[in-house]
Design a protein around this ligand. Structure first.
Ligand SMILES: [Zn+2]
Length: 108
């Protein structure tokens, strides 16, 4: 069980999350867990693609904490994270794709 989801709910605007979307999010988390443990790159790719597909189908965006863990270009979890204030740089170890995340949480 992960607490991230519950914590976040407090400060985001109340969005109606359908039962379907809740299940989808759970599935996404589980797929990432599986992908993290998996050493076979082909399977990792499959899990991550599936997670993305579920998100697209149900209109659920992949949580930021998970987004930092994979490369959306080649679907690998072989990424490096470097803190470069005020950003967090996620660099793919396979294709070199870089992604920036803001370290500051948006306040609303
Ligand atoms: Zn990549």
């Amino acid at each position: 069980m992960k607490m991230i989801f519950m914590k976040k709910e407090k400060n985001t605007k109340e969005k109606k999350v359908s039962e379907k979307q809740k299940i989808a999010l759970e599935r996404i988390y589980r797929l990432f867990e599986l992908a993290e443990k998996q050493k076979d790159e082909k399977l990792v790719k499959r899990y991550l693609k599936l997670a993305k597909k579920i998100g697209e189908k149900t209109n659920v965006s992949i949580p930021k904490t998970l987004k930092k863990k994979f490369c959306k270009k080649c679907f690998t979890m072989n990424v490096k994270t470097i803190e470069k204030k005020p950003f967090l740089l996620v660099i793919c170890g396979k294709c070199g794709f870089e992604k920036k995340f803001s370290l500051k949480e948006k306040k609303q």
